[in-house]
Design a protein around this ligand. Structure first.
Ligand code: NAD
Length: 259
């Protein structure tokens, strides 16, 4: 299937590695010009070079912290009129809610709720004016089934999900869709850090915890960034204009509900 998005402009946040990288790679493979954002310039340049080599697409790299006002200004200066916006940033740290101060909550809300909302606000009217827009927020399976040690994530991402549910119904008449992609366990640096935290809390080794997590999943494996990117690219495709306000779970079947 051709996705019909050749020549479109995409702003992809948190894209030097992991799920954001997978999304950028899949979009570039469809001929989308991508602007990649991440904090560490060296890693980001490597990622940009890899995508450029593989796809031949125009790839721009912007090293900044997307959770800051200055970072968002830099990203939008490099890609002022995105047709596609992938919202993503690092997830909040695990822990016990008794240890979290107001500043921990504000940081989680900034990264995982308010930054995506600010970027939607900055780009959605341009998309509406041009009659095409695709916004995908990378959230978490924790929105559907909370993960006890990730309370900051459960809370902040649920706030974004509620906001998106409303606004996604307002933009779709203009062929602008907003959806959330909910990763279960994907094999990335972030998964390694949650496995390390879980192992410490349970008094197990990281290898034991990793194996237990793998076997817990009905697929008996973790997802790959390529699988994640492929779903993201479809959501951004010309074919997905009737799909909006949805929370799409990619978790190997881990969520046990019928729906
Ligand atoms: P990752 O740590 O492998 O990659 C995160 C990427 O985002 C990196 O490129 C990093 O440089 C960038 N980044 C982080 N904070 C940033 C910031 N403030 N500004 C700009 N760039 C920033 O993580 P991942 O596994 O790809 O996860 C992506 C998102 O999905 C995270 O929010 C994570 O919590 C969530 N998630 C991941 C999993 C999983 O199993 N991997 C599961 C559920 C939710």
């Amino acid at each position: 299937m051709k996705l019909g998005i050749e020549g479109r402009q995409a702003l992809v946040c948190g894209a030097s590695m992991g799920l954001g990288f997978g999304c950028a790679q899949a979009l570039a493979a469809e001929g989308v010009n991508v602007t990649l954002v991440a904090r560490r310039a060296e890693l980001l340049e490597q990622a940009a070079a890899e995508i450029r080599r593989a796809s031949g697409a125009a790839v721009t790299a912007v090293a900044c912290d997307i959770t800051t006002v200055e970072g968002r200004a830099l990203a939008l200066a490099a890609c002022p009129q995105p047709d596609i916006l992938i919202n993503n940033a690092g997830g909040p740290p695990p822990g016990d809610f008794r240890d979290w101060q107001r500043s921990d909550w504000i940081a989680a809300l900034d990264a995982n709720m308010l930054t995506p909302i600010e970027l939607i606000k900055a780009t959605v009217d341009g998309m509406i004016g041009r009659g095409f827009g695709r916004i995908v927020n990378i959230t978490s399976s924790a929105v559907k089934a909370p993960i006890d040690i990730l309370g900051l994530s459960n809370g902040a991402r649920s706030g974004l999900t509620g906001f998106v549910a409303g606004v996604a119904r307002k933009t779709v008449q203009h062929n602008v869709t907003i959806n959330n992609l909910l990763p279960g366990p994907f094999d990335t640096a972030r998964l390694n850090s949650t496995i390390a935290a879980g192992a410490k809390a349970a008094g197990k080794t990281e290898d034991e915890m990793r194996e237990a997590r793998r076997l817990q999943n009905p697929a008996r494996r973790f997802g790959t960034v390529e699988e994640f990117g492929a779903m993201c690219a479809f959501l951004c495709s010309a074919h997905a204009g009737y799909l909006t306000g949805q929370n799409i779970l990619l978790d190997g079947g881990a969520y046990p509900g019928t729906f």
